[in-house]
Design a protein around this ligand. Structure first.
Ligand code: LRH
Ligand code: MN
Length: 399
């Protein structure tokens, strides 16, 4: 266990207190798969109730002070009251997410064969207009970034001209980029497969980097941990995107197989630590502010656990990985690397990964006015049954 008098303890606690992870509005209800969805009690049925849930998480762990909205799942009816509610709950609005992966009721043209890549110019225009609409919602809420994840691609060889799909998509993203306010960023999220199963038009970090380099200085590549082919070295991808100054930030989750979107750190906690190890090293190399210079967000779906308990576990896993990465003796690691002392380098990382830092994560939470053990308090206060009394059984919008 980390000693309270460890020379870095205080600086680590300060950094943890400044660190916030945004909560996705679509992960506050029970998620499902194509095989089924088992709704839970007391789920939020409106944007206001979703914000209450994020406010609750933030009150318990003081590290969830932002919510990320998905349009059109969360279109605010009254911006003023939503902004006031956010202020009351101590929440900021993180990146807003567009949605051209579903056809909405009354939508003129279908996205069945894609959106920005589509062979039909009018479908591409509809998708561009939607993204510009999403920016307008974000401006009203004080958000400063648009996340674009495109489900575009193909399911069979021969179905798509890859070059034309890329060029159409780039042209669409350029129109969206031109509509960004000066102080906004655009995050281009890649994914290796699903819902298309032969090609995705933004399939990996290289393709996303190609787009964002062509778009301009306010375009960045967003890394969703579940969007990689098996055994991809995500920490190396992170290191290189940081080196290029093109890392947008993260959609944190974990997975064993595909885009499982399960609890952060529940399957591969060592990979999560190695990613934060590259983040701390790379951000310090660029003099970046850990808390504000990247987008920190969870993107998960809860099929069998209470969504709020699951999110509390995910935030805790992120804080633990970050705290451990902050404790790595960078000088010793550099010396080991420059002398090819592989065993020494491994031991430096593995010793820290095997160091229990939960006490300083809890200390940071207490000092920030949070709970020593958020899940214990959530259960002792029987929050879920209170929510159920207030809300009954509602179906939350989202995935
Ligand atoms: C796609 C994705 C994307 C969101 C969606 C809810 O898999 O990760 O970030 O828009 O999930
Ligand atoms: Mn995502």
């Amino acid at each position: 266990m980390i000693a309270a008098d460890h020379p870095k303890t205080e600086s680590v606690i300060e950094k943890l207190m400044a660190f916030n992870v945004a909560i996705p509005s679509w992960a506050l209800g029970t998620g499902g798969t194509r095989f089924g969805r088992f709704n839970g009690p007391g789920e939020p049925g409106s944007l206001e109730e979703k914000m209450e849930d994020v406010g609750l998480l933030h009150a318990l762990n003081r590290s969830s002070g932002a919510i990320s909205l998905h349009i059109p799942w969360d279109i605010p009816e009254d911006y003023g009251s939503i902004r006031a509610r956010a202020k009351l709950l101590g929440l900021k609005f993180d990146a807003v997410n567009s949605n051209t992966f579903q056809d909405q009721p009354g939508q003129k043209l279908s996205y069945k064969f894609g959106s920005l890549q589509h062979v039909d110019k009018s479908v591409r225009k509809q998708a561009i207009d939607h993204n510009i609409e999403v920016i307008k919602h974000g401006i009203e809420l004080g958000s400063k970034a648009l996340t674009v994840w495109l489900s575009d691609g193909s399911c069979f060889p021969g179905q798509l001209n890859f070059r034309k799909a890329f060029q159409n998509t780039l042209a669409g993203l350029q129109e969206i980029y031109a509509a960004l306010p000066e102080d906004w960023k655009i995050f281009v999220e890649y994914k290796s497969f699903e819902p298309n199963f032969y090609s995705m038009t933004v399939a990996d970090w290289g393709q996303s980097l190609l787009y964002v380099n062509k778009l301009g200085p306010r375009a960045y590549t967003l890394v969703d941990l579940g969007h990689h082919l098996p055994n991809a070295n995500i920490e190396q991808i992170v290191s290189l995107l940081l080196m290029e100054g093109k890392l947008a930030g993260f959609h944190f989750n974990d997975s064993k197989y595909g885009d499982d979107d399960i609890t952060v750190g529940s399957i591969r906690p060592y990979q999560l630590f190695l990613i934060f190890n590259e983040l701390v090293e790379g951000m310090d190399a660029r003099g970046m502010n850990h808390a504000n210079d990247l987008g920190w967000m969870i993107d998960a779906s809860h099929n069998v656990k209470d969504p709020l308990e699951d999110l509390l576990q995910s935030v805790e896993a992120i804080m633990i990985a970050y705290a451990q990465a902050l404790l790595v003796d960078r000088k010793s690691l550099e010396d080991a690397q420059s002398s090819n002392d592989i065993v020494k380098a491994q031991e430096i990382l593995q010793n820290i990964f095997r160091t229990d830092v939960r006490s300083i994560v809890a200390e940071a939470r207490l000092r920030a006015g949070g709970a020593l053990d958020p899940i214990q308090i959530f259960r002792e206060m029987d929050v879920r049954s209170t929510l159920t009394k207030e809300r009954g059984f509602k179906i939350a919008t989202g995935l």
